[in-house]
Design a protein around this ligand. Structure first.
Ligand code: SER
Length: 317
């Protein structure tokens, strides 16, 4: 990777990935791709180039890739699971029609492409514990349907045209920088904001509901490490299970209470979020990623909690 375009660069992952890539490859080498209404601000805008880049507009995408001589794209444009249920056609338009555009532009301009998949690519028939790398994928959410399609189309472009496509299945991502927008796993971010603000947390996900989660620094490392991996070692491409921690709401509550005594949580289960969460695995087996590109997370629930609380306290004053 020499010249990189981050599509969706002002979103939850993109805002931090853009800065990380700039720290590795140089500020001028990483273009912050955004859409109208989600303009970059502050250091993201000031530290390097930025361009309007809408995945639903192939000509616009092609022009940006040519102008900046891009050779690698991180395609982070998507609606998260809960929002997507309310706008299924838009979710498809961005997630799948958008991906066609990204892959075609990549094919024509010789770019590699990273498009994340998700734990949402699995469904209720998938083995829920230690979910294998290669297993049943029959998701029930439209977000999951677009993610399975993403995986298949990306592998298709690799096999048919040799486009260097690679991907990971992200779990719920936890960060203090840019909040997620409308996912099922968002509660595991929101709970830290409540703890730091001294408020009781209302938990929309029921007790005993396990989901895979990951601290953002590990997620960013995964993106870079996979894209830099030796292709000769990759048996899989789209997409790798990766895992760092799996917990249910009472466990994250207990981890926070160790550092914020007296912090309280009450359950008010959201039916849509709960039904989506119930259809997702409890924990993924990430041995393929460990074997093929040396994936290894750094943070567990306790070390993440210490770092989240410290940084959120600083951020919120
Ligand atoms: N965090 C995502 C969501 O909840 C899962 O990929 O939608």
């Amino acid at each position: 990777m020499k010249k990189i375009l981050v599509i969706g660069a002002t979103g939850q992952i993109g805002s931090e990935l853009t800065m990380k890539l700039r720290s590795i490859y140089g500020n001028d080498a990483v273009v912050c791709g955004y859409i109208k209404g989600a303009e970059p601000k502050g250091v993201l805008l000031e530290s390097g180039p930025a361009a309007i880049c809408d995945v639903t507009d192939a000509a616009c995408l092609d022009a940006v890739v040519k102008k900046y001589e891009i050779d690698a794209m991180f395609n982070l444009a998507a609606l998260l699971s809960v929002v997507a249920e309310g706008k299924p056609q838009l979710a498809w338009k961005i997630g799948v029609d958008g991906l066609w555009n990204v892959l075609e532009v990549a094919r024509q301009n010789g770019c590699s492409v990273f498009t994340p998949s998700s734990i949402a690519c699995f469904g209720p028939e998938t083995p829920a514990d230690n979910t294998p790398q290669d297993t049943i994928q029959r998701p029930r959410s439209i977000y999951g349907v677009t993610k399975v399609t993403t995986e298949l189309l990306s592998d298709y472009y690799f096999r048919k045209y040799g486009v260097d496509t690679r991907s990971v299945r992200f779990p719920g991502l936890i960060s203090y920088v840019t909040p997620p927008g409308g996912g099922t796993t968002d509660y595991a971010v929101d709970i830290y904001y409540s703890a730091v603000k001294g408020e009781k947390f209302i938990c929309p996900i029921g007790a005993g509901t396990y989901m895979d989660m990951m601290y953002m620094p590990d997620a960013l490392n995964a993106c870079v490490q996979l894209m830099e991996a030796n292709p000769d070692r990759l048996i899989h491409r789209n997409s790798f299970n990766i895992a760092a921690m799996s917990f249910e709401p009472n466990q994250i509550l207990a981890a926070i209470q160790k550092q914020v005594p007296g912090f309280e949580m009450e359950y008010q289960v959201d039916a849509l979020k709960q039904s989506i969460a119930n259809s997702w695995p409890n924990s993924l087996d990430d041995s393929a990623a460990r074997a093929e590109w040396d994936w290894k997370p750094q943070f567990d629930l306790d070390t993440m909690t210490t770092d989240m609380l410290k940084n959120l306290r600083a951020k919120l004053g």
